[in-house]
Design a protein around this ligand. Structure first.
Ligand code: NAP
Length: 330
């Protein structure tokens, strides 16, 4: 293969960025250990940032975004993988400063790859993708901090997003009572349908007068929003409650006094899936192949590469919802 199709993010003369479908020479791929033919990818918030020229994610342009990829090994110089092996690559540097998975081909180190578990299809692996992996790590962190279905309600923020919807589905599957916090009241019915027991409007949640502590409402939380929303969630935890913190779609600051920690034993559990050791990722993939095997079609829109740039724009504006599975071949 001399040429391959990929999304290509380029910087324009005025400093803006354009992402479009292009046919590229394979020479632009760095020759890493393994060449993979990508069959499916997915869209994550980080891709929206990269495709919009965010230097904190991608320093050099032009660039192929895409932090997720699933496909078939074409060649592995290390001999760890056979040609034809089905593999998943999520995170590490893929789609950041290494050309990413929104393409027919990627070239990556063998140490970034997980063999596809038997009971998971390539398609399902990308419905899960980084969003599902992150939601899974957040749920594991809550379990490890003794937050169980009997503990009480779990608040999921950014509920209509990729991580949010995966978290709701997973928590519901495990028997937790899930409360969805969303900035999109029009998504309330959809959130109830996928397993939320009640839905809170983000504007309403944030309209209350700021207080040092709020009533102890939630046993735990999974936060994808950050900022003031996270502050209010921490102040609303029950005694010894935990919140798994994964995102910053709404802000990066955490203006907070120590009271929730020293008066209520609140715990904040940081989640970072991208650079997690491969064994940790493998543990989550194995769970999705077994105990966590539930459908994700209800939260997935299947799109083609050419449709991805518009969806990435929506994501950046906070207007997208659920998971976008990118089918690479026409
Ligand atoms: N730590 C990790 O390892 C890890 C891994 C994956 C993702 N993340 C982070 O998690 C976050 C969500 O990722 P994603 O892929 O699920 O993105 P996404 O699909 O775009 O979802 C983000 C959701 O956040 C809410 N939101 C968006 N803009 C907001 C704003 N200005 N203020 C408050 N809420 C806002 C929206 O949900 P509602 O309208 O329903 O509120 C939106 O759907 C991102 O910050 C991403 O970088 C972290």
């Amino acid at each position: 293969m001399e040429y391959f199709k990929a999304l290509w993010t380029e910087e324009n003369e005025d400093g803006s960025f354009t992402t479009s479908l292009q046919v590229l020479s394979t020479e632009i791929l760095a020759s890493q250990e393994v060449l993979v033919q990508v069959l499916y990818s997915s869209l994550n918030y980080k891709d929206a940032l990269s495709a919009n020229g965010h230097r904190g994610i991608t320093q050099h342009f032009p660039h192929i975004p895409g932090i997720d990829a699933a496909g078939i090994v074409l060649h592995d110089a290390t001999g760890q993988f056979q040609s034809g092996d089905q593999v998943i690559i999520t995170g590490f540097d893929l789609g950041m400063n290494t050309h990413g998975g929104l393409a027919e081909l990627i070239s990556v180190p063998a140490s970034w790859m997980v063999k596809l578990p038997m009971q998971v299809s390539l398609k399902k692996s990308m419905q899960i993708g980084t969003a599902g992996l992150t939601a899974g790590m957040a749920v594991r962190a809550l379990q490890q901090n003794q937050i169980f279905p009997s503990s009480g309600e779990i608040l999921v923020t950014g509920a209509s997003g990729g991580v949010g919807m995966c978290a709701i589905k997973l928590l519901n599957h495990l028997g937790y009572q899930v409360v969805a916090l969303t900035g999109k009241p029009e998504m309330a019915d959809a959130l109830l349908k996928i397993g939320a027991s009640r839905v809170i409007d983000r504007l309403e949640f944030m309209s209350e007068k700021p207080r040092t502590l709020y009533p102890m409402t939630f046993a735990g939380g999974i936060d994808t929003v950050g900022g003031e929303v996270l502050v209010k969630l921490i102040k609303s935890l029950q005694f010894a409650g935990s919140v798994a913190v994964c995102g910053m779609a709404g802000g990066v600051d955490l203006p907070l006094q120590v009271y929730p920690f020293i008066l209520r034993g609140a715990r904040v559990l940081g989640i970072y899936s991208a650079d997690s050791p491969l064994e940790k990722k493998q543990e989550i993939w194995n769970l999705y192949a077994d105990e966590w095997n539930f459908e994700l079609d209800s939260i997935t829109e299947v799109i083609s590469l050419i449709e991805a740039p518009d969806k990435l724009k929506l994501m950046l504006e906070g207007l997208s919802h659920g998971r976008y599975l990118v089918q690479i071949l026409d």
